[in-house]
Design a protein around this ligand. Structure first.
Ligand code: 0L1
Ligand code: MG
Length: 257
């Protein structure tokens, strides 16, 4: 089986919303590098249609999440235009077992590249920071996977919503920004920006470094979803999810069939 054939298999399951068996149960010897190549081939398939790359996302950025998958490194995925929700409403059509998590999105005004990028470089290249909600959806049965499986599946990316208000990077100490997530009025998760690799800026640094290993960079105008500030929660038809970001306001996402 070629990496291209595996990417095509994932494409079919992503677009039909049908679960599949973990790749690592079926194909021997796949490395994490192979998985990133599969991810890139999978994304090229979307972009051969009329989709386009609008940013990147970091995943598994909290110790709790890394432990739950049994890994000790963060991962990245591609963000395509078709994944962005124009309004805070998500349809379950095309999703298998979606979950949502609160995130902070960095929006760049200048490109960022190279293995030696620092937090200072990131601040100088950041136009604004915006609150966001990511909808993740593993294509694997029971939302169960290894590092290789989840990387190949574009880090479980599905949909995301970025709130309408942009904030200056210097307006807050982002690691201290608290988040309360409510599902149908009940508090289900709480957290703070520090859950994201100690500070969300580290997530952008890591994103740039990881991309530099494969000769890529983040372009001006792109956004980076820096990682879940809390654990992700399962969502169901009719749910209303409210995420309150301390001092920044709230995002309300409704879930329809
Ligand atoms: O955005 C994320 O942190 C998702 C990374 C993949 C792991 C998962 O699906 O929970
Ligand atoms: Mg995420």
């Amino acid at each position: 089986m070629t990496l291209e054939a595996i990417a095509n298999e994932l494409y079919d399951h992503q677009t039909s919303a049908e679960e599949l068996e973990k790749l690592t149960l079926r194909y021997d010897g796949l490395s994490v590098e192979d998985a990133y190549q599969i991810q890139a081939l999978l994304m090229e398939r979307y972009m051969r249609g009329n989709d386009r790359l609008i940013g990147w996302k970091m995943g598994l950025t909290s110790k709790a999440k890394q432990q739950s998958v049994g890994v000790d490194e963060a991962i990245y995925g591609h963000l395509l235009k078709s994944m962005e929700l124009d309004s805070p409403e998500v349809s379950l059509q095309g999703l298998i077992h979606p979950r949502v998590e609160p995130e902070l999105a960095f929006v760049l005004k200048r490109p960022l590249e190279g293995p030696d990028v620092t937090p200072r470089d990131v601040w100088l290249a950041t136009e604004c920071i915006m609150p966001a909600i990511e909808v993740i959806d593993s294509r694997y049965k029971n939302f169960s996977f290894t590092l290789v499986d989840v990387v190949a599946d574009n880090a479980s990316s599905a949909k995301f919503y970025v709130g309408p208000q942009a904030f200056s990077p210097y307006q807050f100490q982002w690691e201290n920004v608290g988040v309360v997530m409510k599902q149908n009025g009940v508090v289900v998760q709480t957290g703070a920006g520090a859950a994201v690799l100690g500070h969300p800026v580290h997530s952008v640094v890591e994103q740039v470094r990881m991309l530099s290993r494969v000769g890529k960079r983040i372009e001006a105008g792109m956004l980076v979803l820096t990682g879940g500030i809390t654990e992700a929660i399962h969502i169901y038809e009719g749910d209303s999810v409210c995420v309150e970001f301390d001092g920044i306001g709230e995002l309300n996402l409704s879930v329809r069939a």
